[in-house]
Design a binder for this molecule. Structure first.
Ligand code: HEC
Ligand code: HEC
Length: 189
């Protein structure tokens, strides 16, 4: 009987650690994985396709995080670059194909990290949105911010200007603790 005590203690110890791990994983609204989880906004930065993506898609605006739209959205966008929100953003076929693959690899998907998973859930079964700012996940995170801080704010003007408020946007850092709204400062919710 005595020989069982050590293994049992170990077993309960491990079960306890697992429970803590699960609990931490659950309250993910405030967790901060530093963007390390797979397909988090920051994960795409480690992808070999990222440099080409920022060169080609980061000239007119932030190279938006692929994790915040599902693959079907990126596919639709890449199929219509000659009329991209009123601009011509056409690319040669090889470049477009490489970027399309990069976006598909890093798109919103189940089990792919907090932001990616929630975006995937919010867009599942819908006509693929062409804007990150049109997803219910994005809207749910931003609906409390009043218009005076956005459209009436000359330093922001629209939600599409992610980097105006998310100072770490270029690094894939969208943590709400590090938001600074120009003219208003830190966001405390
Ligand atoms: C010639 C300039 C230009 C280039 C190059 C360009 N875009 Fe855009 N993009 C725009 C404009 C303009 C908008 C609309 C912005 C707005 O409404 O404020 C936009 C919007 C977007 C949005 C929606 C943002 C939102 O509001 O949620 C996404 C996503 C996007 N672009 C992805 C891409 C991708 C991917 C590429 C590369 C294949 C790319 N863009 C290249 C000009 C460009
Ligand atoms: C006007 C300032 C502003 C702009 C512009 C903005 N955001 Fe935000 N964002 C916020 C604030 C404030 C929060 C925190 C909201 C809260 O938790 O109550 C937030 C939260 C988020 C979150 C959730 C972070 C988390 O882990 O809970 C994501 C993801 C995000 N923003 C992405 C974006 C992207 C992508 C863009 C551009 C398409 C963008 N935001 C544009 C202010 C902004």
């Amino acid at each position: 009987m005595k020989r069982l005590i050590l293994p049992l203690t170990l077993l309960f110890g491990i079960a306890g650690l697992l429970a803590v791990g699960l609990a931490l994983g659950d309250h993910d609204d405030d967790d901060d994985d530093g963007g390390r989880s797979k397909s988090s906004p920051a994960a795409a930065l480690a992808d070999p396709g990222y440099a080409l993506y920022t060169n080609e898609c980061g000239g007119c605006h932030l190279a938006y995080p692929p994790a915040l739209l599902p693959a079907a959205s990126w596919e639709a966008m890449m199929g219509g670059l000659s009329d991209h929100f009123g601009d011509n953003a056409e690319l040669d076929a090889d470049t477009a194909a490489t970027i399309r693959d990069f976006l598909a690899r890093n798109a919103a998907a189940p089990g792919a990290g907090k932001h990616a998973e929630r975006t995937w859930r919010a867009t599942r079964g819908l006509e693929p949105p062409l804007r990150i700012t049109a997803t219910d996940y994005f809207r749910g995170k931003h609906h409390e911010i009043p218009a005076k801080m956005i459209s009436d704010n000359p330093e922001v003007r629209s939600f599409s200007q992610c980097a105006a408020c998310h100072q770490g946007a270029e690094r894939g850092d969208f943590d709400d603790d590090r938001v600074r709204i120009p003219g208003y400062g830190r966001w405390d919710d």
